[in-house]
Write a protein that binds this ligand. Structure first.
Ligand code: ATP
Ligand code: MN
Length: 474
């Protein structure tokens, strides 16, 4: 039986079998056993006088045990039930000299180096259970709304979507690749007969499915070879990309807001124990920060706030006005000063808007066409596009989306203006030739959502095995 179920039961001397890993073993008597089914351990009480000494020596932190015993009311404080152990089988020992996860506070940096064992700590098991619950909530939200889950390719043959920043996929011999007459690498001899990369987004392919299935979403791995060593960027992350036929930008913003509120509401209801633990951890970390950097709210409080309050919606133009006139800009405290319409927003600007000015999630929309991708729908002012980004306190951008350009001529002229090869996008342009319709979608980085829901400061701590520049261990 799983410990999560055992802890719910009324103790009636019933005989039970549990299997799990030792968290601690105190006084040759009390085993705190954890099996991953919940945050709490099961207290298992050993009668050491009746137990072989050699066997007792093998009960150390990290060892895997099979225990049988009777479930009784606990006399000690801290738990309602405990297991009076009758049988102990050590399934796997853990040499205490060598086992790195000892019952003391380890730094997150240390645990990153032990990523194969870190899930045996309370923090990482709580984070990973929450991650799993959030993934379930994502599917549940879309499925209940009648969206179809589509799997777009991981190996992509179109290089138009993300300027640079891609990982090449090749089977050519790096020492001796086939060359063309002019000496460049001959990709026609490569596995796919052309250059291929790992996908940076499934959007373009998802659009083809939306214009047939109606409402679809992807939820899959995404790769970016950007050399950004930040607490919010991974080289391999998971992205959720809904794409909806007949949605305009307002519909798109409404869906994104409802979606985020729904999945966060799900964990508030279903992950109470883990959230309370992470909340305590989060508040301790906050206390250690200088006053100005504290968010002033607990984790659960922060999540509640997002679920209960309307996101602020303002245009890029309004945001620029706020930023131009704000104190850090006037006092030249920003690294990048905001002095004219058209500049791209840096994360310091996003953070100011979200954390200082509004103190609330913000949806920015109608960005300058020049700083956004070719597929975003051009507004009548011909200067801005129907883009929207959702900015979150402590996280920055969590969603990027837009209404897509459905007019063939406008799309073609934007592709040309951006110097992209039209031929590569023939199939994407076909969508605008055959039954084109207004449609919209967005991308949400799953790990950024998990970061928000768990209060973890570094994105490396919310994915089992993070991939970042110079690091693909495990
Ligand atoms: P940023 O400006 O933060 O790098 P972006 O503008 O490159 O984000 P998009 O291309 O719009 O992001 O991707 C959609 C979403 O995917 C983002 O809102 C974010 O949540 C997530 N995302 C983007 N890049 C990464 C990354 N390297 N690691 C983790 N999540 C990411
Ligand atoms: Mn980016």
């Amino acid at each position: 039986m799983k410990i999560a179920q055992i802890l719910e039961r009324t103790p009636e001397n019933q005989t039970l079998t549990v299997k799990g890993w030792v968290r601690t073993f105190r006084a040759n008597r009390f085993i705190a056993l954890n099996d991953g089914s919940c945050l709490a351990n099961l207290q298992c009480v050993v009668d050491f006088e009746k137990t072989d000494e050699q066997l007792l020596k093998k009960i150390t932190t990290g060892a895997a045990l099979h225990l049988e015993g009777k479930l009784i009311e606990s006399k000690g404080a801290g738990q309602k039930v405990e297991l009076a152990v009758t049988t102990i089988v050590v399934l796997g020992e853990a040499d205490p000299e060598a086992y790195p996860i000892q019952p003391k506070k380890h730094s997150l940096e240390f645990l990153r180096e032990k990523a194969h064992l870190r899930v045996r700590t309370s923090t990482f098991s709580a984070v990973m259970r929450l991650r799993s619950a959030l993934a379930f909530a994502v599917h549940q939200f879309f499925q209940q709304k009648g969206f179809y889950y589509v799997n777009t390719p991981i190996i992509t043959g179109s290089d138009a979507e993300g300027a640079g920043e891609m990982f090449r996929v090749t089977t050519l011999d790096p020492k001796n690749p086939k060359k063309t007459e002019d000496g460049s690498i001959d990709y026609s001899k490569d596995f796919f007969g052309k250059e291929t990369n790992l996908t940076v987004s499934g959007q373009l392919e998802a659009e083809t499915y939306a214009l047939g299935l109606g409402d679809v979403y992807t939820f899959g791995p995404t790769f970016r070879a950007e050399n950004s060593n930040t607490t919010r960027h991974l080289a391999e992350f998971w992205m959720i990309e809904p794409e909806m036929a007949f949605y305009d930008l307002n519909d798109n913003m409404d869906l994104a807001e409802a979606f985020i509120k729904s999945v966060l509401g799900y964990v508030l209801e279903n992950c109470r124990e883990d959230l309370e633990f992470l909340d305590e951890r989060f508040q301790k970390e906050e206390q250690a920060k200088p006053q100005q950097q504290r968010s002033g709210m607990g984790l659960i409080e922060k999540i509640r706030f997002v679920v209960d309050n309307k996101f602020i919606r303002i245009s890029y133009t309004e945001a620029i006005d706020i930023l131009k006139n704000c104190t850090p800009n006037k006092k030249k405290k920003f690294e990048y000063l905001v002095n004219e319409w058209g500049v791209d927003l840096q994360s310091e600007h996003e953070r100011y808007l979200v954390e200082k000015h509004f103190n609330c999630p913000v949806i920015l929309y109608d960005y300058p066409a020049k700083i956004k991708a070719f597929y975003m729908r051009l507004n009548d002012d011909e200067k801005t596009v129907r883009a929207m980004d959702i900015l979150f306190p402590g996280i920055g951008e969590i969603v990027g989306g837009s209404q897509r350009e459905e007019r063939l001529e406008v799309l073609e002229s934007r592709i040309e203006a951006m110097g992209i090869d039209k031929k590569e996008l023939w199939w994407y342009l076909d969508l605008r030739k055959f039954g084109s319709a207004p449609h919209s979608g967005f991308g949400l980085g799953f790990e950024r959502l998990v970061q928000f829901a768990t209060g973890m400061g570094n994105i490396r701590d919310v994915i089992p095995f993070p991939r970042t520049p110079q690091n693909a261990a495990f």
